[in-house]
Design a protein. Sequence first.
Length: 254
Amino acid sequence: MIGIFDSGSGGLSVLREILKVLPREKYLFFADNAFCPYGEKTPQFIQDRGRAITDYLLSEGADIIVVACNTATAAAIAVLRNEYAVKFIGMEPAVKPAALSSETGVIGVLATAGTLKASKYLKTRGLYEDDVKISERVGKGFVELVERGILDGPEAEETVRQSLQPLLDDGADRIVLGCTHYPFLRDVIQRIAGPDVQVIDPAPAVARHLVHVMTEDGLIREDGGPSFPDVRIVASGDDTIAKRLYETIINNQQ
């Protein structure tokens, strides 16, 4: 079984990509929405939540765990890997493909405050900031919109524009989504950015990496598994929005 967790429902954007390449595995998705958002929480708090959720996922039979949250990856995955024998797959802001493909020489990164100040991100940024200008903004209110199930409309557009417009004004032609909630606002982001700006979601690369690791470790189901997704959604708070978003994902993939 594949365990997946996020601060809330955003990690379902990662599950969406994983289901495209591993449609017949068994999944347990944990949304820690009682403590969402993680962006302003301390690393210690996020590490403690990571331990508690990992213990739960392992108790339910998880064989591998996807930390489908950029902030939790930055703050906790090294600690979790040190303390648990199970393998963890984390998120990586897609700075590299953005930097290598930019035509204007400017890329924009939308992420939480926790991700933008984390050493993992700062190290990645340092590899490319001599070659391209990297403009950064916190997606203020983005997580809250998704957790309320507001993925489009005037409120979503106004909220997204406030954080996105400064990146566009800087000349960014690549927008990196550095939080797993943000892909649920991708239509709004793309509409505001325009057709000449590429929006980059790291989730497909994470899904491919998961397949690689599971294949190496012999974790892919040899019997093929069920012909339909076997997914259980659990939340530390109200699970209504998470289950509604998951239903939307399944309906769109059919």
